[in-house]
Design a binder for this molecule. Structure first.
Ligand code: NAD
Length: 494
């Protein structure tokens, strides 16, 4: 396969990804090819796993957990290995970022940021591993000493999506490892390369064979077996709400623990007393970041009716300055849509809203990028959206902003909370009472006031309602991976 000239120099040959099972790299009888969304050429091929591979990977993880090669190491030793992984990631930002961009279509500068950010997640998790501690109760009577201790939960299945492949893996894998768990990882079939590249670093960093196993392939059967298998103690999943529901149902048969990071339809609410320039800037970033293919996308805004016209004009003016184009160009801010089918789905939402009476004030339709394919979508702003329209309720997952209006704080909160999702929400106002009332009453796992999408390893990430179960990040990020045991020492006085 010859790559087209713009990427041929950067990636001289198609990358080949194999499964990692018990420390061995296993090829497949069948392969899944990935075509770069922006350049239209095959950039990688990944082994297509079946039941045999995933069962072998679970067995390897089970054995590695049960024999204590990782779970029985001191937290200090585990932390040292995780820190070495972080160093290796940082040393390989460029090749990792290149593959992330070629498979996902996201701009190269953004990929570099996500890879470096993931290294920081590994460092943070390494620090956390040394903080796992329990309680000791010595007031229960003279001959009783009761302990509450935390143990690693066991074998963890990790299933990740295509939109932030390496970053989302960093929100899960180092935290599970920090707790002492062993893992089976399945990346999206569209963006497997950077997960496999990480697998290559683990042995180098001193993580024993079998502690992390990687199985490539489709949700069915690979992900489904990872959710069902009785030797798996927990499944952590980031992806769509529909698949998350299916995983929770499957995992219920063996009552394994489930952590879910799912979709969002995240509102930003703009009051007339806000700093409107800053708010417009955040709205444009919030909706076009990652071409809107982001669970935290600020895909609907609620603007006070008195300022709606002026505010939309500011958003449209700023949007015209955003650079959409070739993700390999360092000047590009917004890249390609992940697949042609997904681009058509985005367009379907815009067409339906138009047919229902909404006004497309900017964009709509394919964006032509000279020399590249047709998998780009124009930055789109839709006004006159009403709460019952699909574009106002569903996760469009594209560069499409829905604009609704309100008059009172109560009305804005009712619109915000009239949603199946509850991932994040934002408010823009100079009035601290407005901000605090909003923050307390908005049904969301994250509330931003006068900012959008700021996140750090030290704080939590996750949703309420149908946006998920559990929290990643912060010290809570390791709690998901521990089991709590009450340990009673009786008759201790002899
Ligand atoms: P998806 O649900 O289609 O796939 C996610 C992963 O699940 C992939 O690895 C896929 O192969 C696997 N999968 C598919 N069917 C499965 C099954 N039956 N059993 C087990 N695994 C299965 O999601 P996607 O299209 O890759 O990603 C986009 C979605 O992810 C969006 O809905 C987005 O909001 C969500 N997301 C959420 C967060 C968050 O943290 N809340 C972050 C990023 C993405």
């Amino acid at each position: 396969m010859t790559l087209i000239s713009s990427i041929g120099a950067a990636l001289p040959q198609v990358r080949e990804n194999r499964h990692l099972i018990g420390g061995s790299w296993i090829a497949g009888a069948e392969w899944i090819e990935r075509t770069s969304p922006s350049h239209g050429v095959v950039v990688s091929r990944s082994a297509r796993g079946g039941e045999a591979e995933v069962t072998a990977a679970i067995a390897a993880a089970r054995q590695a957990f049960d024999d204590g090669r990782w779970s029985q190491l001191s937290a200090k030793a585990r932390a040292a290995a995780l820190l070495r992984v972080a160093d290796l990631i940082e040393a390989r930002v460029e090749p990792l970022a290149l593959m992330e961009t070629l498979e996902s279509g996201k701009p190269i500068t953004q990929s570099r940021g996500e890879i470096s950010g993931a290294a920081d997640l590994w460092r943070y998790a390494a620090a956390l591993s040394r903080t796992v501690e329990g309680d000791s109760h010595n007031g229960l009577g003279p001959d009783i000493l009761a302990q509450v201790v935390k143990d690693p939960i066991g074998v963890v299945s990790i299933i990740t999506p295509w939109n932030f492949p390496f970053w989302i893996l960093g929100q899960k894998l180092p935290f599970a490892l920090a707790a002492g768990c062993t893992c089976v990882v399945k990346p999206s079939e569209m963006t497997s390369s950077t997960t496999v590249m990480l697998g290559e670093m683990l042995a180098e960093a001193g993580v024993p064979d079998g502690v992390v196993n990687i199985v490539l392939g489709h949700g069915e059967p690979v992900g489904a077996v990872m959710a069902a298998h009785p030797d798996v103690d927990m499944v952590t999943f980031t992806g769509s709400t529909g698949v998350g529901r299916r995983i929770a149902r499957t995992a219920a048969d063996t009552l394994k623990k489930v952590a879910l990071e799912l979709g969002g339809k995240n509102p930003q609410v703009i009051f007339p007393d806000a700093d409107l320039d800053s708010a417009a800037d955040a709205v444009v970033f919030g909706v076009f970041f990652n071409v809107g293919q982001c669970c935290n996308s600020g895909s609907r805004i609620l603007v006070h009716a008195d300022i709606a016209q002026d505010f939309v004009a500011r958003v449209v003016a700023l949007t015209r300055k955003v650079t959409f184009g070739d993700p390999l160009d360092p000047a590009t801010q917004v890249g390609a849509i992940v697949t042609p089918e997904h681009a058509a789905r985005i367009d379907g939402y815009v067409a339906a809203a138009r047919a229902e009476g909404a006004e497309v004030v900017l964009g709509g339709g394919v964006l032509e990028v000279p020399g590249l394919g047709r998998q780009f979508y124009r930055p789109t702003v839709v006004c006159g959206v009403t709460p019952e329209m699909a574009i106002a309720r569903d996760e469009v997952f594209g560069p499409v902003l829905s604009v609704l209006t309100f008059r009172t704080l109560d009305e804005a909160l009712a619109l915000v909370n009239d949603a199946d999702y509850g991932l994040s929400a934002g408010v823009w106002s100079e009035n601290v009472h407005t901000c605090l009332t909003f923050a307390r009453r908005a049904q969301a796992g994250t509330v931003w006031t006068n900012t959008w999408m700021d996140g750090f390893p030290e704080v939590t990430f996750g949703g309420v309602k149908q946006s998920g179960l559990g929290r990643e990040g912060s010290h809570h990020g390791i709690d998901d991976y521990v089991e709590i045991k009450y340990l009673c020492l009786g008759d201790i006085l002899k």
